[in-house]
Write a protein that binds this ligand. Structure first.
Ligand code: IMP
Ligand code: MG
Length: 213
């Protein structure tokens, strides 16, 4: 193939890829019933949250513990606005199943940093029933930090079954199943830049037994 033809064919491939990615993007958007919190609202709220956290943690080196995987976007945006010395570590927590209810909890990654005597900021994407936090908190408490403060992007207080409260909440939301900005349904939608309400037909279809319509 001549050099010119090669360039043309790679251009064609690129434009084909663009069409394909646009198609799948609009497919995803159809699965979102509505945008609940926009990118701009999230960005604004994160700046004010960071100011609150800075005020409370000033003068001490903090350890930020972030729960994987839902916190990726929130964490990255929040800590870049934290004008404080900090160390960062992750805990992997996963709930079995691809449904919208929290199932059996498994730890997929343990902490590596020593948090004894330290001020810990524990970050999660959403506080829902509180089951995750009520399993994670005793694990961290056992490591004898000086204190633990909890920060979540979203709080759904109406669904709470465990007695857990967050110290910093980005947004309190009603009982909708939401995705985007790190939050998933069956590991999808994490990359959407906003928080959206997932169309119930998506998770209702997923919970039907295979082979049935
Ligand atoms: P909890 O254990 O019921 O408090 O739920 C906490 C975890 O469940 C979060 O870290 C999320 O991974 C997941 N979760 C709860 N509600 C939602 C939601 O509306 N969308 C996506 N994930 C959610
Ligand atoms: Mg999660």
């Amino acid at each position: 193939m001549s050099a010119k033809l090669k360039t043309q064919s790679s251009k064609l491939n690129t434009s084909k890829r663009l069409v394909a990615s646009k198609r799948s993007e609009s497919g995803w958007r159809k699965e979102i019933e509505r945008v609940l919190i926009t990118e701009e609202q999230i960005a604004r709220r994160i700046k004010t949250l960071a100011r609150e956290i800075e005020r409370d943690f000033r003068g001490r080196e903090m350890v930020v513990i972030s729960l994987l995987n839902g916190t990726v976007m929130f964490l990255a945006d929040l800590i870049r606005h934290l004008n404080l010395p900090l160390r960062l570590d992750f805990m992997g927590v996963s709930s079995y199943g691809a449904g919208t209810e929290s199932g059996e909890l498994v730890f997929t990654k343990e902490l590596r940093l020593d948090v004894r005597g330290r001020d810990v900021l524990l970050i999660d994407d959403i506080l829902d029933t509180g089951k995750t936090m009520s399993r994670v908190l005793p694990k961290i408490h056992a490591l004898k930090p000086r204190r633990i403060k909890i920060c979540v992007l979203l709080d759904k207080p109406s669904r709470r079954v465990e007695k857990v409260k967050a110290d910093y909440v980005g947004f309190e939301i009603p009982d909708f199943f939401v995705v985007g900005y790190g939050l998933d349904f069956a590991e999808r939608y994490r990359n959407l830049p906003f928080v959206g309400v997932l169309h119930p037909h998506i998770y209702e279809a997923a919970s039907k037994p295979a082979g049935k319509v």
